[in-house]
Write a protein that binds this ligand. Structure first.
Ligand code: ATP
Length: 304
């Protein structure tokens, strides 16, 4: 009987929220091929964000019981600070972001946000507090407006325009044949990796989460686009606690702390200048990337 008294307007809002939530989960589980097996504890309270501090304590994790991926990973990202994670391919960097978003539960240790174990709070409140800019952004077969607004279904056109401006994608959208109504995605206009990532950044700006995860795309963007995205991210990250999974070291030199991972373990931690002096893995990776950059620029010079 109770349902009869729910106003139609509220039903509409509930339907829209459900639609967005289902689309969100569906797309993300599909993307990560993750079984939706994580459940809330009975009567789990919502996450209470005070400042947005992230803490990993002695975290072990394996996707399967036979193969451990992370071993005793501990670190803290103070509220409002930026932690960059680097390391060779397969070191376990993106796994950290999947655990923080609770796609999986840790096998040992715990992950805390403002002192609360993320397994003890509702997934809805946890994911509401985190904005993810993934390596490969999924676009819906819908208008570009819908694709941005999905970061915050209540956003007005003025808010959308501001977010698109900050993510440096507004000019691109407005030059499309049908502007904001242009259909994108698999069955619509296909966007490049850099454009999709800017859509994801705009979504994160609209969501205004206290915590931001940025998983840098492995495929390299042209340096102009990379710099533009980097500038935007630094602006966006300014107000948020940020976990940045980085492939190009040039993008993270100004991070408050850099974590170097190797085979599932934290092997070095410090600022860029501290790690360069340390002469470890980070310094080797830095030299290697400088070398690659010099080779690329001399190659493009040769072609002219
Ligand atoms: P990259 O720099 O290449 O993105 P990464 O450091 O982010 O690598 P992860 O994606 O965290 O590495 O992967 C760490 C290890 O976990 C890899 O050996 C990978 O094969 C394995 N792995 C990742 N996802 C899964 C999964 N869904 N099931 C099983 N193993 C996985």
């Amino acid at each position: 009987m109770l349902q009869l008294f729910i106003p139609l307007g509220a039903l509409g809002v509930m339907y829209r929220q459900l639609k967005y939530t289902l689309a969100d989960m569906d797309q993300l589980f599909h993307l990560l091929e993750t079984p939706p097996e994580i459940t809330d504890l009975p009567n789990a309270p919502p996450l209470k964000i005070q400042h947005g501090e992230i803490r990993f304590e002695q975290v072990d994790f394996g996707y399967t019981p036979e193969r451990q991926i992370l071993q005793s990973v501990s670190f803290t990202v103070p509220a409002g600070k930026k932690l960059a994670v680097v390391g060779h391919s397969g070191a376990g960097k993106s796994t950290l972001s999947r655990l923080l978003y609770r796609f999986y539960d840790v096998t040992r240790g715990r992950i805390l946000i403002d002192g609360q174990d993320i397994r003890s709070v509702t997934q809805y409140s946890l994911r509401k507090a985190i904005g993810i800019v993934p390596q490969d952004t999924v676009l819906f077969n819908d208008s570009i407006r819908y694709n941005l607004q999905y970061g915050n279904p209540q956003a007005t056109q003025a808010e959308l325009e501001r977010a698109a401006d900050m993510a440096q994608i507004r000019q691109f959208i407005e030059a499309l044949p049908e502007g904001w109504n242009t259909v994108v995605g698999e069955r619509g206009l296909k966007l490049s990796g850099g454009e999709k990532q800017r859509v994801a950044i705009a979504r994160a700006i609209l969501k205004q989460p206290p915590i931001l995860i940025f998983d840098e795309a492995t495929s390299s963007l042209d340096s102009g686009t990379e710099q533009a995205i980097q500038k935007t991210l630094n602006e966006v990250a300014g107000q948020h606690t940020t976990l940045m999974i980085a492939h190009r070291l040039s993008t993270i030199v100004d991070a408050d702390q850099i974590l170097v991972m190797n085979q599932g373990q934290v092997v070095e931690q410090g600022t860029h200048s501290e790690l360069i002096k340390y002469h470890g893995i980070y310094q080797q990776m830095w030299e290697l990337q400088l070398h690659e950059k010099e080779e690329t620029s001399s190659l493009s010079f040769d072609q002219h």
